[in-house]
Design a binder for this molecule. Structure first.
Ligand SMILES: [Zn+2]
Ligand SMILES: [Zn+2]
Length: 343
């Protein structure tokens, strides 16, 4: 009999499922990868086989051409789609089930079962509602591997309706100007747009060109985003009083000179930190995150109630301490290469 949980091994470049010789979210190319979601720090190109939800595979295909074939039509990299709730059998007698994580379109927690032991790897997740993806599902397990991007008590994300309200107020108060919102191209941008629509904002929303393909992919997967138009196709006057969505890197870029007096906003969990907003020259910080805040992290650990919690990818210390104080076994994993593309 092998030692408990010896079949699952955290390595610096990913979590190794030993009997299957497969890796979860590996940061370097491997023969077989299980990918939780499409953000660049989790989904990388170049794996022999990539097992993920259909939406994540579509996102990876868009970004890396993971299913690319050569001139003779041979598929160079194999993509294996797994639907939410579906279980696939990996080599070595390991079962993998993909469960919604509520982070971005297609994002999944991965439940691994082997020899009567079960492990859940969350990838990134949040508990707040998001009209662009399926909600997180609490899944009981022995070992719960959680992210901790916002793992400090200071991080509390307000209800998104409040932040969307600030954005709509800024726009209403400045009919001759425009509001330029910096938002990551995968997930945050579409969530902000969908929440604006849910708040009754039906006007055209203008997009930076870098947003177009991902917004179209979301719409192809059933997420309605309303009337979208490219900044490149619009006159300055047509954009007065409008909301414009662009990648954060475009906020202070020459590109923004074509806009009518932009008021700079940024949608990110880090906008809770005043200095970060100032650093980026953001006039209207919007605390909107696709990661669990402190309250969501601790509530989720309590609900999942695992034997052991493994913490990755962020501020592990405070969550470790919280686990110790609440008599929960926990350890921090030293995974490398996970950055906040997607905060
Ligand atoms: Zn992510
Ligand atoms: Zn991440």
């Amino acid at each position: 009999m092998a030692a408990p949980f010896s079949w699952i091994r955290p390595e610096p470049w990913g979590i190794h499922i030993v009997p299957a010789d497969a890796w979860v979210d590996p940061s370097r190319p491997v023969p077989r990868a299980l990918v939780t979601h499409g953000h660049a720090d989790h989904a990388r190109g170049g794996h022999g086989e990539t097992i993920a939800t259909p939406a994540t595979l579509a996102i990876m295909e868009l970004r890396y051409r993971t299913g690319a074939s050569d001139d003779s039509g041979t598929v160079l990299h194999k993509a294996v789609p797994v639907e939410y709730g579906e279980t696939i059998r990996l080599p070595g007698g390991v079962d993998a089930t993909y469960i919604p994580a509520g982070h971005v379109l297609g994002s999944a927690q991965i439940l691994l079962e082997h020899g009567g032991e079960c492990v859940v790897i969350t990838g990134d997740y949040k508990r707040a509602p998001d009209p662009t993806c399926a909600p997180f599902e609490v899944t009981p397990c022995d070992i719960f591997i959680t992210e901790a991007t916002f793992g400090l008590p200071v991080f509390t994300h307000p209800p998104i309706g409040e932040e969307i309200g600030k954005l709509l107020d800024a726009r209403a108060d400045n009919p001759e100007a425009c509001v330029l919102v910096g938002a990551y191209a995968l997930g945050k941008a579409q969530r902000v747009i969908a929440e604006l629509r849910a708040a009754g904002h039906t006007d055209t929303i203008f997009l930076h060109g870098a947003m177009e393909a991902m917004c179209r992919l979301y719409e192809d997967h059933g997420v309605a985003l309303g009337d979208l138009r490219l900044v490149a196709d619009a006159t300055k006057d047509a954009m007065r009083g409008a909301i414009i969505v662009a990648p954060p890197s475009a906020l202070n870029d020459r590109w923004s000179r074509r806009l009518p007096d932009p008021i700079t906003a940024m949608a990110s969990g880090w906008m809770r930190v005043r200095g970060r907003a100032r650093q980026r020259g953001v006039e209207l910080p919007l605390v909107i995150s696709d990661h669990a805040d402190w309250g969501e992290l601790t509530r989720t650990i309590a609900q999942v109630n695992p034997q052991e919690t493994w913490i990755t990818h962020g501020r592990e210390e405070a969550l470790l301490r919280w686990c110790a104080l609440s008599q929960r076994r926990a350890r921090a994993l030293a995974l490398v290469g996970y950055e906040d593309e997607d905060d």
